[in-house]
Design a binder for this molecule. Structure first.
Ligand code: NDP
Ligand code: GDR
Length: 383
């Protein structure tokens, strides 16, 4: 295809979990992909290094621009330079617990940041050309009103993050209605992957399980084990983002698997993937998870020394400092609108997601251990 007929996408938050999967997905569809990345004192491009192209090459498909959602003139310049057909606004301070510590910044980046993107498109006269995807979230539902949650369930946000995202949601709807823009919200439920940020609960669990199995860590400290989440795979969810922007009319869609699981069961499944059975006892702050069985054959087949796992060993404890001032107890999504209108369906199950994440972290920790055994204690780099 000639370059002037190829679609151009701009992804904010390209260095994040979803940005990386989406960039890969769009490049496979022959898009020219521009990504907005923040300047950081350390490299923050690990997730997209495999897509990197030397800036001295002609005809690049993947081009990075420095930028920040708190800087409107920067956004105007990047959007003007890139003239995108599609903008995927994925950039955000995306950690719910951290938003209680940085509420003002979170409002600025996640709430007003969305306005800045929409307004830049409007000011540049691109309202007819540029379609906009806004990364909305199941956190909008917050305090449980009804389950499963769908596009018509009322919102009741429970964190500064969710309140900021609520502004992002409604300003997207408003710009669509006021200026006839093709601007859509994807209300995505939790989605995870081997490159999920290390402080979100699923990845924190799968990394710790791998380290515990190899004797590199003894215990995993967690907060609320009873929270229930509808966990899907990021790879499935970026496809939905793209489908939302390919429709005839701009609309909002819930993207979810329809299956909900407690944090406790996610932990259990993760250990089980390696052949370690654990049982929980106690409640609240005194709840703990203890090893009750181990499958030596499975452990050995994964190159894990079964001696590292002792029967009766406490491997999970609760640390109340991870509790949130206000919690979202139960999320379970109804994605029938997306299934009917977009033809979207998740390919991953919870079990295949857990398996992929645990085995990927095991491989990572095997590498760390190998280097450690060779005299290079690089574990900190894997922290
Ligand atoms: P990540 O935290 O992995 O990625 C966030 C991205 O935003 C990173 O690239 C980060 O840059 C960038 N970023 C943060 N602040 C700014 C800023 N001020 N200006 C520019 N860029 C910034 O999130 P995910 O990939 O998991 O999520 C993508 C989006 O989807 C987010 O908006 C999130 O709130 C939303 N969402 C996520 C869900 C999930 O389950 N993953 C579910 C529903 C919604 P850096 O790498 O430098 O930190
Ligand atoms: P969430 O994801 O808040 O749903 O937001 P997270 O993985 O942080 O928490 C999920 C649930 O697990 C409980 N939990 C813990 N969480 C963390 N991070 N660390 C712990 O030690 C821990 N122990 C228990 C939490 O209390 C919570 O109930 C994610 C983000 O990606 C958002 O950006 C996105 O909008 C939503 O998912 C949908």
């Amino acid at each position: 295809m000639e370059s002037n007929t190829r679609k151009i996408a701009l992804i904010t938050g390209v260095t994040g979990q979803d940005g990386a999967y989406l960039a890969e997905f769009l490049l496979k569809k022959d898009y020219i992909v521009h990504g907005l990345k923040r300047r950081s004192s350390l490299f923050n491009t690990d997730r997209i290094d495999h897509l990197y192209q030397d800036p001295h090459l002609d005809n690049r498909n993947f081009i990075l621009h420095y930028g920040d959602l708190t800087d409107s003139t920067n956004l105007i310049r990047v959007i003007q330079q890139t003239q995108p057909d599609e903008i995927y606004n994925l950039a955000a301070q995306s950690h719910v617990k951290v938003s209680f510590d940085t509420p003002e910044y979170t409002a600025n980046a996640d709430g007003i940041g969305t306005l800045r993107v929409l307004e830049a498109v409007r000011l540049l006269g691109l309202t007819e050309k540029t379609r906009i995807y806004q990364a909305s979230t199941s956190e909008l539902y917050g305090l449980v009103q009804q389950v499963p949650q769908s596009e018509t369930t009322p919102f009741y946000p429970r964190s500064p993050y969710a309140v900021a995202k609520m502004y992002g949601y409604w300003i997207t709807v408003n710009y669509r209605e006021a200026y006839n823009m093709f601007a859509c919200n994807g209300i995505l439920f939790n989605h995870e992957s081997p490159v999920r940020g290390e402080t979100f609960v699923t990845r924190k669990i799968t990394r710790a399980v791998a380290k515990i199995a190899l004797g590199l860590q003894h215990k995993l400290y967690l907060g609320n084990l009873s929270a229930q989440r509808d966990w899907g795979h990021a790879k499935d969810y970026v496809e939905a983002m793209w489908l939302i922007l390919q429709q005839e009319k701009p609309e909002d869609f819930v993207i979810a698997t329809g299956v909900t699981t407690t944090v406790r069961d996610f932990v259990r499944l993760s250990f089980a993937e390696l052949g370690i059975e654990i049982e929980f006892s106690g409640r609240g702050e005194s709840e703990k998870g203890v090893v009750i069985d181990r499958d030596e054959e499975r452990l050995q087949s994964l190159n894990i020394n079964p001696e590292h796992i002792k029967l009766g060993q406490t491997v999970v404890k609760v640390d109340p400092s991870y509790f949130r001032p206000t919690e979202v107890d139960l999320l379970i999504g109804d994605s029938s609108k997306a299934q009917n209108q977009l033809g979207w369906k998740p390919k991953y199950t919870l079990e295949t997601l857990v398996s992929e994440m645990v085995l990927s972290d095991l491989q990572l920790m095997h590498k760390a251990q190998y280097l450690k055994d060779g005299g290079f204690d690089v574990l900190n780099y894997f922290e």
